[in-house]
Design a protein around this ligand. Structure first.
Ligand code: DGY
Length: 322
């Protein structure tokens, strides 16, 4: 009898084919994310789980697992999984870093360019037949990236790749991390370590690249926005809960900061009537940091490899802790 694997959403055909050769697979269809009740009933029987960032795999959920050997998430983020408890239960957790670094850094950079040059706003102006209202020399101006300071909060893989992009645009780069990166890396990226306070006060563009943890929960709030430059822009492609969305909404409305570009939100998906959708000084993306054909294919390959390794009692290629 083939071992059972559940996928909480479908994956590329090549990945399903590979999985079917080895396992009896069930693919959840219908409402996304998979209802917790359904997941609870299935997790009792399966040995492998392929999940996605919206699936909550907390301690309560994992407690229902009897034979689960591996959780393979199709994402670099794993804040939706209680990895500590999984480890305690000897369940491996695989994830997909590296392959999505370029795509996510590109998205952060495009949000930055878009909000600075008001591209999406201009698109709305044209579609609403208002181009003739912005003919004046000062009517519709953006902001240069050249010569501006990019503050990177979290100079890991994605933050460093963003720094490379920014260097080519002649931006000044400062960063804050728990630890300094090596001198040679700082030199290669042209990045200077600063305190968190200085990162906040000196950045013209502030891009967030940290996971969502207890420490980073709502770290970016009104108190912080008030310390930023009035002309500054906040970019977030990490996790929505790192930013207090209500506070951001208020800061954007009152022009406490100039604008924002977000790919992630506290609750996803956001609805059309979300107050953020009424603001012009924000660019909104539907959590598409890793969403290119090439990257998503690589993520599927790693997700399957991680799963197979875990099913065989081995450590996934990219493994959280165990
Ligand atoms: C990730 O991989 O964690 C991304 O946020 C999902 O697209």
């Amino acid at each position: 009898m083939k071992k059972k694997v559940l996928l909480t959403r479908t994956l590329h055909d090549f990945a399903l084919k590979e999985l079917r050769k080895k396992y009896q697979i069930e693919i959840h269809s219908g409402k996304i994310p998979i209802p917790q009740t359904k997941l609870r009933s299935r997790i009792k029987e399966i040995e492998g789980l392929i999940c996605f960032p919206y699936d909550k795999i907390d301690k309560e959920m994992i407690k229902h697992a009897r034979n689960l050997k591996v959780i393979s998430t199709y994402s670099v983020g794993f804040d939706h999984i209680d990895t500590e408890y999984a480890k305690e239960k000897k369940i491996r957790v695989g994830y997909t870093p590296e392959v999505l670094t370029d795509a996510t850094a590109d998205l952060a950079f495009s949000l930055m360019l878009d909000i600075a040059r008001r591209v999406s706003e201009g698109d709305r102006i044209i579609r609403n037949g208002k181009w003739n209202e912005i003919y004046g020399a000062y009517d519709y101006v953006g902001t240069d990236l050249q010569g501006k300071t990019l503050g990177i909060f979290g100079l890991g893989r994605i933050g460093s790749t963003l720094a490379k992009r920014a260097k080519a645009f002649d931006m000044k780069i400062i960063y804050h991390n728990r630890k300094h990166v090596s001198k040679s890396k700082e030199k290669a990226l042209g990045a200077k370590y600063v305190s968190f306070e200085k990162l906040i006060s000196d950045s013209d563009f502030l891009s967030v690249h940290v996971p969502h943890t207890k420490e980073t929960d709502h770290l970016f709030n009104l108190k912080i926005f008030r310390k930023m430059k009035k002309t500054a822009f906040l970019i977030n492609t990490s996790r929505g809960k790192v930013v207090n969305q209500r506070d951001l909404e208020s800061a954007l409305k009152k022009k406490t900061i100039s604008g924002a570009g977000l790919d992630v939100f506290e609750m996803e998906p956001i609805k059309k009537n979300n107050p953020l959708c009424k603001l012009e000084n924000i660019v909104l993306a539907p959590h598409i940091g890793s969403s290119t054909k090439e990257t998503r294919k690589k993520m599927a390959e790693i997700t399957v490899k991680n799963l197979i390794l875990g099913m065989n009692g081995k450590k996934p290629i990219y493994s959280v802790g165990y």
